[in-house]
Ligand binder design. Structure first.
Ligand SMILES: C[S@@+](CC[C@H](N)C(=O)[O-])C[C@H]1O[C@@H](n2cnc3c(N)ncnc32)[C@H](O)[C@@H]1O
Length: 350
């Protein structure tokens, strides 16, 4: 896509910066790990994905241990989580043998990386999640929703304005606000988003994914486990940020070379789910989820037979995942499931 001098709503600008086929951030480089711009939980320690696998087994049992089911990961990055989940599930053959492993991935480059990392496993890459089979599906989304483009609106004296981005030159841009009719947006969304808010931040794509996932859970059973940066407050605030080389960068500069992300307002997700009478959601944070699933005990067992240096490295990594000042509190874990399923493993500790 050729860049012209023009105005784009923020979400379209992010879509361009992250997913343009030639210059988009996720389309041209592998951003994960020490050499990349950020590191995600599955790349910190494999214990994270082992715990997710064990959670999958228990949830699969809660939906009646179906003879055929899908395990679909949204946005699988370098494929590390799926790889370890499959390896771990092999220890639970009755679950493993019934499972279709699926990935929904937008980046062709990362898809290739996933195919390489998972070459010995049987995986299907699913383009459109709606055109799938009719088996129950367990969806996994680790740091997926925070990678979807967002819109921002600000309440001014004169009324609501939407944030646009004016592309000035190839790698430079500036913010511009344009008046907007928030009622119109709420009508399209089918719920009131602006009440008692000064700032609105949401991803239209997230709602589209959630709607499709919810309809599939209602139709075929299953659930979705969402793990992401986020907060629970009713009041929304501005969380848009760009990350380059593990540091914050300017979203309007080096377009296509920085990751652009935001913190999810899980309260908004919860409100969205209210539209589906048969479903509910439960929320915890990463610390409570991983510790109640036994990550520390698992690390203790593993570390019995490893040298001290490896043991301290392992606990350093676990701390990173569960410390309240690090990912433990910043990351929330949300399960959306059928109301009649009373499952709450991983969400019990208060
Ligand atoms: C922040 S990365 C997280 C990767 C991985 N889940 C992890 O935890 O390491 C976001 C992932 O979502 C993918 N992605 C973003 N938007 C997508 C979309 N609309 N459909 C499918 N994949 C998408 C990206 O290409 C990338 O693989």
């Amino acid at each position: 896509m050729k860049i012209n001098r023009r105005n784009l709503p923020l979400d379209q600008f992010i879509e361009f910066a992250l997913y343009n086929k030639v210059t988009g951030y996720y389309m041209k480089k592998n951003p994960f790990g020490k050499e990349g711009d950020f590191i995600t939980a599955p790349n910190i320690t494999r214990l994270f994905s082992e715990i997710i696998a064990i959670w999958v087994v228990t949830f699969w049992k809660s939906i009646g241990s179906p003879k055929k089911f899908n395990l679909l990961e949204f946005g699988a990055g370098n494929g590390e989580m799926m790889k370890v989940v499959i390896e771990t599930l092999k220890n639970f053959p009755e679950c493993f043998l019934n499972c279709n492993f699926q990935i929904h991935e937008k980046s062709e480059l990362l898809k290739k990386q996933q195919q390489l990392n998972l070459k010995s496993e049987k995986i299907t890459w699913v383009e459109d999640i709606k055109i799938n089979n009719s088996y129950p599906t367990i969806f996994l989304a680790n740091e997926f929703f925070d990678a979807l483009p967002i819109k921002q609106f600000f309440k001014k004296k004169e009324g609501w304005v939407e944030r646009f981005v004016h592309l000035k030159e190839k790698k430079k841009a500036e913010f511009k606000n344009q008046p907007t009719d928030i009622k119109n947006i709420e009508q399209n969304l089918n719920f009131v988003i602006s009440k008692d808010q000064e700032i609105i931040e949401y991803s239209p794509d997230s709602f589209e994914y959630l709607k499709n996932v919810c309809n599939l859970i209602i139709k075929n059973d299953g659930g979705i486990l969402i793990i992401d940066y986020g907060y629970l407050n009713f009041k929304m605030h501005e969380t848009l940020q760009a990350i380059r080389n593990h540091k914050h960068s300017n979203i309007l500069e080096d377009i296509g070379d920085s990751d652009i992300t935001y913190n999810i307002n899980f309260n908004l997700f919860k409100k969205f789910i209210y539209q589906f009478n048969d479903l509910n959601s439960i929320i915890s944070n990463q610390k409570k989820f991983l510790t109640s699933m036994g990550i520390v005990q698992r690390a203790e067992i593993i570390s019995k037979n490893i040298p001290f240096s490896k043991k301290s490295d392992l606990f350093y990594r676990i701390r990173r995942l569960i410390d309240e000042k690090q990912m433990g509190e910043l990351f929330k874990v949300m399960l959306i499931k059928k109301k009649k399923n009373k499952f709450k493993t991983g969400f019990e500790i208060d």
